[in-house]
Design a protein around this ligand. Structure first.
Ligand SMILES: [Zn+2]
Length: 155
């Protein structure tokens, strides 16, 4: 899933959290948790392109285990608004990645992947490591296409 989609989804989730808790900071916290997690893709890019290692899907923050840990921590701490927003933002990211990146069920388990050596082919058949500059340009052109598509449908 593209960062712009994660941003839109986590904004909606943060808005719902704001409606439940009355805390407007739920939105930026949920967006932070729902978008910034993908910054860890830079680790895979550095690993592969700059350190010239075998392609890997390290993705230490992409795992259902962390969502379960956040949910348990929220319950133990009596659901503080910031942890609820973080859990919802993170959960929206993992759930949408799981849906659209089409891994098998266990591949969004960090411990499952770690047990198999974090090899990229064990993560998803559709997953490709993009060069950092290519990924950035693709994201900009994707946003531009979406914007143009919006203009066409508006007219
Ligand atoms: Zn992701």
């Amino acid at each position: 899933m593209r960062p712009i989609h994660h941003a839109m989804l986590s904004t909606a989730v943060g808005g719902a959290a704001w409606g439940l808790t009355g805390e407007p900071w739920d939105i930026p916290v949920a967006v932070g948790a729902g978008v910034l997690i993908d910054a860890e893709h830079r680790v895979d890019q550095i690993w592969y392109f700059y350190l010239r290692r075998r392609p890997a899907a390290i993705l230490a923050l992409h795992g259902w285990e962390w969502l379960a840990a956040l949910a348990v921590a929220s319950a133990v701490l009596a659901f503080p608004w910031w942890l609820v927003a973080t859990t919802l933002g993170y959960g929206s990211h993992i759930a949408s990645d799981h849906r659209f990146n089409e891994p098998t069920r266990r591949r969004y388990s960090f411990s499952y992947r770690a047990f198999r050596g974090l090899r990229v082919e064990h993560f998803s058949n559709r997953w490709r490591i993009e060069r950092p500059l290519d990924a950035f340009i693709n994201e900009l052109s994707f946003v531009g296409r979406e914007r143009n598509r919006g203009h066409r449908s508006d007219t």
